[in-house]
Write a protein that binds this ligand. Structure first.
Ligand SMILES: Cc1ncc(COP(=O)(O)O)c(C=O)c1O
Length: 299
């Protein structure tokens, strides 16, 4: 099973051994960057996060990422205790301290902070929040189209754990990914509660049929920023694009399939449940969208 890949595979970069990590306002060498074992994020997955990419000196779609972070924090009643501008300044401080100019990835995490007692009640989180920014030199290196397998783990209804939340706890997605690996695939294709194809455990999912791009309605999946940019690019470039319910029949019979996410931009999918999608390689519509997206982000 050694040839499994992840959609978040990056080139090895020795410089990452000595990066500085922002922990609650202080920059620490990665070997010294730690949070408490009483931290709400460590103990319970009680927090929210964002992933951002730096292309040629610019944090791509920074405002959308910061807005989504604050929206998620509000949804879980977590006070970030900083303004959006202060969060942006912390990202910039980390970038400057590390000397990143391009091809960097940031994972910005905010948890409910350090707990007084090792139990669940949010009131027990008395010190915090805890905020950490990990920033690495990062060039995606995904050696081939990814293979997906459908799994029994569903995208849940919004009144349980809203799948739109970038919550620290990703256990549903992690279990989906494990199930997909055990089925011989790289990552999971997840269905919604009605059985329609929805998203993968870590990226949004698209198919292409007869020149038309299809993605889910947006219910039950992460409101991916890259997803929205791809939809907008389709509209701006006369590429027909549907946000609709579709099934595995539509998926297996598609000409192309691809994933979207901040890390990998657009990643081709070669196979779903052992069915080769189209040629199994990067298709022409995916390739065109990749080029349009590259232009958009100035990569
Ligand atoms: C489950 C899931 N789907 C999709 C995405 C992609 O979203 P974005 O394009 O905003 O990076 C993410 C990334 O956070 C995710 O966790």
């Amino acid at each position: 099973m050694n040839d499994h890949i992840s959609t978040h595979e990056a080139e090895e970069d020795a410089r990452n051994a000595d990066i500085l990590i922002w922990v609650d306002g202080t920059l620490k060498h990665r070997n010294e960057a730690v949070v408490s074992v009483y931290d709400s994020g460590f103990m319970l997955g009680d927090g929210v996060w964002e992933g951002l990419r730096l292309y040629n000196g610019r944090w791509t779609f920074q405002d959308e990422h910061i807005a989504r972070l604050f929206e998620a924090a509000k949804a879980i009643d977590l006070d970030i205790a900083m303004t959006p501008d202060q969060v942006i300044a912390a990202i910039e401080e980390t970038r400057a301290a590390n000397g990143f100019t391009t091809d960097a990835h940031a994972r910005l995490m905010v948890t409910r902070g350090v707990k007084r007692l090792p139990f669940q009640h949010p009131r027990l989180s008395t010190r915090g929040p805890t905020m950490v920014i990990i920033m690495e030199h990062s060039k995606p290196k995904i050696p081939r189209p990814v293979n997906l397998a459908t799994v029994p783990h569903l995208r849940g209804l919004p009144m349980t754990q809203d799948p739109k939340l970038n919550s620290h706890s990703k256990l549903n997605c992690i279990l989906a990914c494990i199930a997909a690996e055990k089925a011989g695939a790289d990552e999971a294709l997840m269905l919604d509660v009605h059985g329609f194809v929805n998203t993968t455990n870590a990226c949004n999912f698209f198919i292409v049929r007869k020149g038309t791009v299809w993605t889910s309605t947006g219910d039950y999946c992460m409101n991916g920023i890259t997803r929205q940019k791809v939809i907008d690019l389709c509209h701006a470039n006369d590429i027909p694009c549907l946000e609709c319910n579709f099934s595995l029949v539509d998926t297996y019979g598609a000409d192309e399939a691809f994933l979207t996410g901040t890390f990998g931009a657009q990643t081709p999918v070669g196979m779903v449940d052992g069915r080769v999608i189209g040629t199994g390689q990067l298709g022409p519509v995916t390739e065109r969208l990749r080029a349009l997206y590259k232009d958009l982000v100035g990569a």
